[in-house]
Structure formats: C-alpha cells, structure tokens
Design a protein around this ligand. Structure first.
Ligand SMILES: *Cc1c(COP(=O)(O)O)cnc(C)c1O
Length: 402
C-alpha cells in the first residue's frame, strides 16, 4: 500500500524543495528588464547595464528595423492564425520563410516550429523506431535529450566531443538498421565547436546520418554565417539541421528543422509539436524572412560580431584572466571557485555589467565561471568598459596580480 498524504502536504513538499534549492545556491532568480534587449539594457531598478549574457549574437533583438518589420508583417498578415499549420494556419509568409531558411542553410526543405525545443522534440519519433540507433553527444541540449526519450530507437551516448568514443558507439550500433549521429553544432557552456568534418567522415565510414542543432551557430558561424557546417566545410554532408529563430536570427522565438524533402514531408505528416501546436506568429515569420534576406546580402553583422569576439578574447587574456580557448562569441571566463563566480557576477552588476555566473552542477565541479556572450551590437567602447569592470572586480577579489 502506498502511504497517502494530505493535500496540504503536497504544497509543503514543494515549498521545502524550493527552500532547498535556495540553500544550495541553485535557485534561478529572474532579472527584470524594462527596456528592449540590446548592447545595454535598463533593469527595473533603473540602472543601465552593458549586457553580456544575451544570445543576441547579431544584435537584432531590439533593433529598430526588426520592430518595423514585425509591425509590417502584423499589418499584412494579422496578429495570429488561431490554427495549426495543416488546418488553416499556413500563410504565404510561412512558405517564404521555409524556402529562405532552406536556401540559407543549403538544405532541400524546411519545416517551422514554435521553438527549437519543439523542433528537437518532434524530429526523432517520426523518423526512427526500435530497429534504429541514435548516437548522441553526452553534452547535447536538453531538448535533444527529451526528443530522443520520445522515440523508440536504441540510444547510444558518446563522451563529449570524443571522436574515438563516437567510433566505438558506431561499432556498438552496427547491427541497427538506420544510425543517426546527433550533436549540438556549438555547445553553449564552453563555446566548443563540434568536429563536424571528423563526424561526417565517421558517418560515411559507418553508413550513419548526421543531425546538428545549430541554435548557437545559425546566422554567424562560417564565412557567410550559414553555420557550423559552413565553418567546417561540410555543407551538403549534413542530413538534418535544427535551429532557432530566437537567438542570432532575430531573437523573438520559433524554430525549424531543415533536411531533404522526404524528411520534411514526413515531419509535416507526423511530428507531434507541428501537428498539435499553433502556427508560428506571422510577425515572427515575416521578421525572420527580413533577417535572412539581410544576412544573405551582407556579412557585415557577422563580421562585426567576430571582430568584437576577437577583441574581447584577446583583451581579457591580457588582463590576466583564464578563458576557454576558441573563436566562438561565447567566452567562458574561468573563475573555478563557485562562491567567487557568484561574487564576481554580483560585483560586475554593481559596476554596470550584466553577465552570468555558472557553477556546479550546471558546469563540472571546480569549473565555475562567468560566461559572456558577444554581440554585433556592442561597440568597442562598451566592450572596453566591460573589460575595465572585469579588471576592477578581479583586483578586488584578489584574482589579478596588479
Ligand atoms: C536555445 C537552444 C535550444 C532551444 O531553442 P528555443 O528556440 O529557445 O526553444 C535548443 N538547442 C540548443 C542547442 C539551444 O542552445
């Protein structure tokens, strides 16, 4: 017999768990912003801060041109559709955006979702079953993990970014019908770029498909910003790409899956977050289309983002900080100790810089850090101001020698 408890115990239990989260320093408070998103933001305490923690890589989130494009799309297509896509929720703007994403990524076709979380949640189950194998990087995004859970395929996990282990898992999955290797194109905690050239070679050797999640890459990785597949020169060798419209590509919300026509057609028939959830708002579809047209005609924003990243990475190291080496606009400034990372982020806030401290269990024990993210919207002056705040906080906390 399960022991029964009274209804008030349910609420008391929740409160106890919340209190425990607070005590363990794992409670996530929400900063309230009263302005648009941008290089700087105004918080509800009235202070203006340089923002170093948005996924606003191309600086489009609060941009005036985006606001205008979204108003224009709303004027033309209305506020919403009150329908899923297949009943009466598909407008010309959705079809145009799907085409624009396909051509931007170099894929045959694209399907839109309300979020990348839904794209990943709805991609595996329609395509793979118990005869198949999904081979997934150990640090893949939560939405990939959840999507895999919803699918009956056999699961194989390879150690993060470890090509020898990936090969071992491909061998272990050898008797499965279809095999698909799944990885984030870029991993958000370290800014690590997946080794897609090697992954594609292994996929060829073992007859596997390759799927990448490009949420931290679409719009700015690679010479013309197409993504990690362009960065690694494997455009045309990736089978499935998922991504978000909620980071570099405008920053509102929305997601997509791009692949061959047969894959996308199957998803339109069978993918549950697509079939049973409302169509992407026309203002977002229209604005995203404007974004992709802009990015296809000029790499200016992408170039500015990478120049800002190079500047910040080299200057922060000159100050004496340790960073995870790399080239991605995610720059983990390593502080190692959890309480120090917390104090450091708090001191940055007081000095006018918004950046997030991460510590165990979000990152491995002893790997606490302040993670910053560059944006094309930052000016060099703003970055230098932020660097000065890092220097001051570093000296005050005894982390820097001079
Ligand atoms: C942000 C993110 C997602 C979720 O994207 P949404 O569009 O916000 O749902 C999925 N995968 C990765 C790797 C991400 O970084």
């Amino acid at each position: 017999m399960p022991s029964t408890t009274s209804k008030p115990d349910f609420y008391t239990g929740l409160q106890n768990n919340l209190d425990a989260l607070r005590e363990q320093g794992l409670y996530k408070p929400e900063r309230v912003i009263s302005s648009r998103q941008g290089a700087t933001v105004v918080c509800d305490d009235g202070r203006t801060l340089i923002n170093l923690c948005a996924n606003n890589y191309l600086g489009l989130s609060g941009d005036e041109a985006m606001v205008k494009a979204s108003i224009a799309a709303t004027e033309q297509y209305g506020y919403g559709l009150s329908s899923v896509r297949f009943i009466c929720g598909t407008q010309t703007v959705h079809k145009q955006l799907e085409q624009a994403i396909s051509s931007f990524l170099g894929m045959e076709d694209t399907i839109l979702y309300a979020a990348a979380f839904d794209a990943n949640g709805g991609v595996f189950e329609p395509l793979f079953d118990e005869q198949d194998a999904i081979i997934s990087d150990a640090l893949n995004h939560a939405s990939i993990i959840d999507g895999i859970r919803l699918c009956k395929a056999a699961r194989f996990r390879y150690a993060h970014n470890d090509m020898a282990d990936l090969e071992a898992q491909l061998k272990a999955a050898a008797d499965k019908r279809h095999k698909v290797i799944v990885t984030d194109g870029v991993f958000s905690m370290d800014g690590t770029i997946a080794q897609l050239d090697k992954i594609c070679d292994l996929a060829d050797k073992y007859g596997a498909l390759v799927m990448i999640d490009e949420c931290h890459a679409s719009g700015f990785m690679g010479k013309t910003g197409r993504g990690t597949h362009e960065h690694h020169n494997v455009m045309g060798r990736i089978d499935i790409i998922t991504g978000t419209l909620g980071k570099a590509l405008g920053g509102a919300m929305g997601g997509f899956t791009a692949a061959r026509r047969e894959v996308i057609e199957t998803l339109r028939q069978k993918s549950r977050p697509y079939l049973f959830s409302n169509t992407l708002a026309p203002s977002i579809a229209g604005t995203s289309l404007t974004v992709l047209n802009t990015l296809s005609s000029s790499t200016e924003l992408r170039d500015r983002l990478h120049a800002n990243t190079a500047h910040f990475r080299s200057e922060i190291v000159k100050l004496g900080f340790t960073i995870k080496p790399g080239t991605h606009p995610i720059v983990p400034v390593m502080l190692f100790d959890a309480p120090i990372a917390q104090k450091f982020a708090q001191r940055l806030y007081e000095l006018g810089v918004l950046a997030t401290g991460f510590f165990y269990p979000v990152v491995p024990m002893g790997q606490a850090r302040v993670r910053v993210q560059m944006s094309a919207a930052h000016s060099i002056e703003q970055l230098d101001q932020a660097l000065a705040a890092f220097a001051q906080a570093g000296r005050e906390l005894g982390l820097l020698k001079n």
